[in-house]
Design a protein around this ligand. Structure first.
Ligand code: PMP
Ligand code: GLN
Length: 380
């Protein structure tokens, strides 16, 4: 009989896999897992073909294709007038999930505390725990999910090693303000606390401008930024992202990266480097998704869901308490199985699965799909 001690004994299958499987099984419209149901730009696919045929099929540089790192650096210059050096401050990763895991593994020692705001993307806490770190959760309240920085101050101890933030925020669709980032900067000033800023939805933000940690000089010196091209260019299955940060942090990141992936798929990196030369490809994304958000909100306007319009990401959180008293997992199952629209229960990201009767819909879908889903949602 094998004796196996699980490193994550309480961990369940990720809610994204669970809800997508349920949606497929019952042929429901899948507004659960976050991915577009429309294709990526054919020009980008052409560039991948060209790179493959051009012979970029062997291991890429460990840090990432140099041209792609340069393109990422150029993007930071263009958007924020900020310099990240392509040779030692940017590393291309197999999606943001790997970037997050590698950054945490690089700097979190057993017993280190990591402050995580809940609801939190579901890879954060297991990544901390696998490294022996201690997640210190701060539960935010629906529907605004505002951070009370006095509470954060009180949670900081001599063992606090990192604070994780995510703006625009999955699953709530809220964004952090300049004031939030200034508070974070002030709270961490003069300490050894690092920041992991998950900015995968940087290019999907409505009405406000993105407050990247890199825009705050002192925060930049203590922060990793993680990003995902899957979100930006409608190809979540390609799994390419990056991490950037100051050289000393990225030196440690690279030590882990070289042995958990070594390098990331080469032809797609070459293609992305070329594609990023046209800044419109990412500058137009917010407008594109704002139209989708507005369409979705307009279509579900007469439903009994309550919405605070999403300020960023391609997710819309919704309060269903006028429709049902069931908990959000039961409600999501019912909506998927009985009514044919799949969503994500927000409790999956909360501390102790706190249920606020909130679900998350993904509006990265064709207008036709959104119309079909809304028709059902309006009848509930
Ligand atoms: N962080 C957040 C907040 C996300 O929503 C996601 C899902 N895209 C990721 C990280 C992981 O990104 P990737 O698919 O590139 O691994
Ligand atoms: N980021 C996506 C979401 O929030 C899903 C990613 C995944 O399935 N791992 O829905």
């Amino acid at each position: 009989m094998r004796i196996l001690t699980s490193k994550l004994p309480a961990l369940e299958t990720t809610i994204f896999a669970v809800m997508s499987a349920l949606a497929n099984k019952h042929n429901a419209i899948n507004l659960s897992q976050g991915y577009p149901n429309f294709p990526s730009d054919p020009k980008l696919m052409e560039l991948v073909n060209k790179a493959m045929k051009g012979g970029f099929n062997q291991y890429a540089h460990m840090n990432g294709e140099p041209a792609l790192r340069q393109a990422i650096a150029n993007k930071f210059e263009l958007l924020y007038d900020i310099t990240y050096h392509p040779e030692n401050e940017i590393i291309v990763t197999a999606g943001a999930t790997q970037a997050i895991y590698t950054a945490i593994t690089a700097v979190i020692h057993p017993g280190d505390e990591v402050i995580v705001f809940r609801p939190a993307y579901d890879s954060y806490v297991p990544s901390i725990e696998l490294n022996g770190g201690k997640p210190v959760s701060i539960q935010l309240s629906s529907p605004d999910y505002k951070i009370d920085w006095d509470v954060v101050r009180k949670k900081i101890t001599s063992r606090t090693r990192m604070i994780m933030i995510n703006s625009p925020h999955n699953p709530s669709g809220t964004v952090l303000s300049e004031g939030d980032l200034l508070n974070l900067q002030q709270i961490t000033s003069g300490t050894d606390i690092l920041v992991l800023s998950d900015e995968v939805y940087e290019h999907i933000i409505f009405e406000e401008s993105h407050q990247s940690v890199c825009r705050f000089p002192e925060l930049k010196t203590r922060s990793f930024i993680t990003a995902s091209f899957g979100k930006t260019f409608h190809n979540t299955g390609w799994k390419i992202g990056y991490c950037c940060g100051p050289k000393d942090l990225m030196d440690e990141f690279l030590k882990v990266h070289q042995f958990n992936v070594f390098s990331v798929n080469h032809p797609m990196q070459v293609a992305l480097a070329e594609y990023l030369k046209n800044a419109d490809h990412f500058l137009q994304l917010s407008e594109f998704y704002q139209k989708k958000r507005d369409l979705f909100l307009d279509l579900v306007g007469s439903s009994r869901f309550k919405f605070n319009p999403s300020k960023g990401t391609y997710f819309q959180a919704a309060d269903y308490s006028a429709i049902s008293t069931e908990n959000d997992m039961e409600f999501s199952r019912w909506l998927t199985v009985e009514k044919g629209v799949a969503c994500i229960p927000v409790s999956a990201f909360n501390l102790n699965k706190k249920d606020d009767h909130m679900v998350r819909f993904c509006f990265a879908k064709t207008d036709e799909t959104l119309k079909q889903a809304a028709e059902i949602l309006c009848k509930l």
